[in-house]
Design a protein around this ligand. Structure first.
Ligand SMILES: Nc1ncnc2c1ncn2[C@@H]1O[C@H](COP(=O)(O)OP(=O)(O)OP(=O)(O)O)[C@@H](O)[C@H]1O
Ligand SMILES: [Mg+2]
Length: 452
């Protein structure tokens, strides 16, 4: 404490005030986790202002390699910084190398006559540096984490005032480096924790998907086994034999569809789904989808309408058809009997995306299902997870519960987006956004772009 008071006497009241102001600014930077180089620069610039004529730098020690690297050197010439950067520490290796190796301050009052500076003399001369005083910066373990260097253009020895200032600012530097290391550590731990949790969630989702696929495939496979056994019965008449074969065919088809969908899903997840994007005229695909689903729509007396003219999107034609087949299929299945399903398109300037909406007049997606709508096998509570369950009002259509998960993944893989536009007791609107091909359609494909 006596030494402290003695030292304080070396500073004027103005010095003390200025130093406290500067320290506060640095501590504020540290408190808001500013990047280390920014904090170090603030420290060095502060000290240079308190010690006119001096130029300061902080070198950080790479303990594994035993080398020093600039943390900040705001007023040293770049050539000098480059010459010193990466220098090995050792007793006799300049002021900083020696200070870091011996954990003691080193004063080279005149570098030209100091034997430790032989190797660095050209660099010092080139930068106009004549004196260098280097102080080790303590780490939490008491060993140096770097050095604090103060240069002068003429031979120079530190005065008690400078000694005190450098002590203070070296301590501040030690705090800054310590905080930065702690912050890095905290971030690394946070990232590791997030990565661990994501991996766990993935793994759980995979297990659940696997279990659901197994469950889903069981019933049709049991059907195949059962009908195959029946076929083995000698006295089966032709009609029943044909019926058994039809059942086997349908069940096998169901398992194939299931496996194809699951394979597609896993490819989407692995970013490995082969896609062939091209300019696709939306109305063509929608009409194709309407054609494929007309039987189902007729069964429920649902009218299919669209307002598409010649809008084109960039998409994989087959995959776009798959997405729309599911959206329109869902709308027919869940819409009102005798109702209407419409497909509409709207431009979305200035995003250069087209929004395609599929709207039905059904009772809406159950609220409990909404948050997991795009998760594989997410079915409404009324929909049994049993294999091949027919939708409650779906005209015998089988519901797997992969359609929207796939459509969502496919839309994303094509650079688009699938979302629920709205869903209420008055009906559901699904919204598909895709990149628009500019300009009017120019038959034949591919189109020329460039509508002004
Ligand atoms: N337009 C809609 N209106 C009301 N509910 C819907 C609508 N679209 C989807 N759903 C609900 O979301 C569930 C999941 O839909 P999804 O398309 O993923 O599966 P699915 O149609 O049941 O089976 P899949 O498409 O695999 O044959 C449906 O079972 C249904 O409960
Ligand atoms: Mg579906």
């Amino acid at each position: 404490m006596t030494a402290h008071v003695e030292h304080e006497a070396a500073l004027s009241a103005a010095d003390v005030q200025e130093m406290l102001d500067r320290q506060t600014r640095v501590l504020e930077l540290i408190a808001r986790s500013a990047p280390l180089p920014e904090v170090l620069t603030e420290i060095l610039v502060s000290l240079e202002q308190l010690m006119p004529g001096a130029r300061c730098s902080v070198l950080l020690l790479d303990r594994e390699r035993g080398t020093l690297h600039h943390g900040s050197a705001p007023s040293l010439p770049a050539t000098y910084v480059a010459a010193i950067d990466g220098m090995s520490i050792g007793d006799g290796a300049g002021s900083c190398g020696t200070a870091a190796a011996t954990n003691a301050a080193v004063v080279a009052a005149d570098v030209r006559t100091d034997p430790r500076w032989v190797d660095f003399l050209d660099a010092a001369d080139g930068a106009g540096l004549r004196a260098c005083w280097s102080t080790p910066i303590d780490g939490p373990d008491g060993l140096p984490v770097g050095t604090f260097a103060v240069y002068h253009p003429q031979p120079h020895r530190p005065t008690p005032r400078e000694q005190l200032l450098v002590d203070r600012f070296t301590h501040l530097t030690s705090v800054a480096i310590d905080q930065a290391a702690a912050e890095l550590d905290r971030r690394a731990r946070l990232e590791a924790e997030t990565a661990r949790r994501t991996a766990e969630e993935h793994s759980r989702a995979k297990s659940e998907l696997l279990a659901a696929v197994g469950h889903e495939a069981r019933t049709p496979i049991q059907a195949i086994v059962g009908f195959a056994e029946l076929l083995g019965t000698m006295d089966l008449d032709d009609t029943r034999r044909r019926e058994a074969l039809l059942h086997i065919d349908a069940a096998a088809g169901h398992v194939m569809d299931l496996l194809t969908d699951v394979l597609d899903l896993s490819r989407i997840e692995a970013n490995a789904l082969p896609l062939h994007p091209e300019a696709v005229r939306l109305s063509e695909v929608v009409l194709e989808v309407f054609g494929l689903l007309s039987g189902r729509a007729d069964q429920r007396r649902v009218e299919l309408t669209h307002d598409l003219v010649d809008d084109q999107v960039y998409a994989d034609r087959r995959r776009l058809r798959q997405v729309l087949l599911n959206l329109v299929g869902n709308a027919i299945r869940h819409g009102q009997p005798d109702g209407q399903v419409s497909v509409e398109v709207a431009a979305d300037p200035p995003s250069s995306m087209l929004t395609v909406t599929v709207t039905d007049d059904g009772p809406g997606i159950p609220p409990d299902l909404l948050p997991r709508l795009f998760t594989p096998f997410a079915l409404a509570d009324t929909g049994s997870p049993d294999a091949g369950s027919a939708a409650p009002d779906g005209g015998g259509e089988e519901s797997i519960g992969l359609g929207l998960a796939l459509a969502h993944g496919l839309a994303g893989a094509m650079g688009g987006e699938l979302s629920v536009g709205s869903s209420s007791a008055a009906g559901t609107t699904m919204r598909l956004r895709l990149a628009q091909v500019p300009g009017p359609a120019a038959p034949p494909d591919p189109p020329a772009g460039g509508r002004p």
